[in-house]
Design a protein around this ligand. Sequence first.
Ligand code: FMN
Length: 387
Amino acid sequence: MMQAIEMKKGIYWVGAIDWALRNFHGYETSRGSTYNAYLIIDEKITLIDTVKEGFTDELMQRVSSIIDPSKIDYVISSHLERDHSGAIPAVMKYCPNATVVTSLPHGLKGLKSYYGEYKYQGVKAGDTISIGTRTLQFVTTPMLHWPDSMITYCPEEKILFSNDAFGQHYATSGRFDDECPISQVMEEAKKYYANILMLYGRQAEIAYKTVSGLDVEMIATGHGVNWRSHVKEILAGYKEWSTAIPETGAVVVFDSMWHSTEIMATAIAEAFTVKGIETKLYDLKVNHISDIVTEVLTSKYIAVGSPTLNNMMMPTVAEFLCYLRGLSPKNRQAFAFGSYGWGGQSIAQVEEELKKCGFTICLDKIRLENIPNQKQLAEITQKIIDL
Ligand SMILES: Cc1cc2nc3c(=O)[nH]c(=O)nc-3n(C[C@H](O)[C@H](O)[C@H](O)COP(=O)(O)O)c2cc1C
């Protein structure tokens, strides 16, 4: 039987570990994930969030290791997305008279449309519920990353139930940051921010500032491990990711059929390196776009290369640029490059997409016919060094 893990006296992690997850709506989750739910034993028994539907049994076993689930009084829904709300109908079968607490107006509207009628209590920013010796204070975080998202703060315990904010897709047997290699946890937190929250940088900044004003000893997230020893580090990470304009770093991304664009990409990466800039080179055939955008988050330069294929850029490059534009990183310097055989339309197409991303085009597109020669490569190198 799955056991609950006590995080603080009377507060338990009762979530589920998805060791096998490798794709989360297109995001490559190479270390799996967890769906975190929390049980608070007080005068009113409170469950904060549930799990993805297929993990309902795991949730119920962990809850049952502490109390009879029919005793649950409140089910807090921090976020409608089904990795957190999916087991609400199953939980409510055990405790049909429990109150489902959700944000107004979007949480209430969404839960009703997903799961139908329960006893709901809608809350707004700053509303509180007393569950006995503890208070739950609600901080709405709209569009971080859905309209209904909210976080719950318990001042008596100095614990913040942050849902998706500060989370990581990271399956481990350790439930806390200090039980795992911290470099891996930070790496996954950065990847999570880049792929899920980067588009909502303004909202992340507001949330970061709100959270900074609270006395927080522990952040209990919706995914991955909980923060208790590295709270300062993750808050500093969110501050940097949501506000800082990267001052250095280069990401060179390409695909290539017969290596010509690859030769150009390698020369560009080498030139950035010679310039003293930390550089990452990504062949789209072997790298996942979710890893590439993680590096874009903290890089000043983005160079994107594609040969021309049937008058177009390569589909892999189009996919990457589509994903990048959606996530909308701001204040980056970018340019396009590529090899072609006759028309060579792909390079201008890439440049257009980079403009649509809102990037500053720092170098006119580099187009080379057929295989690059040494003189052409030396010219490219010089252009990068002169940037
Ligand atoms: C299936 C195929 C379609 C191509 N279509 C075009 C095209 O429409 N326009 C063009 O300029 N070159 C076209 N080319 C030529 C390539 O763009 C050219 O060989 C280029 O140098 C390949 O660069 P790479 O080695 O980076 O793949 C095509 C090549 C292939 C194999």
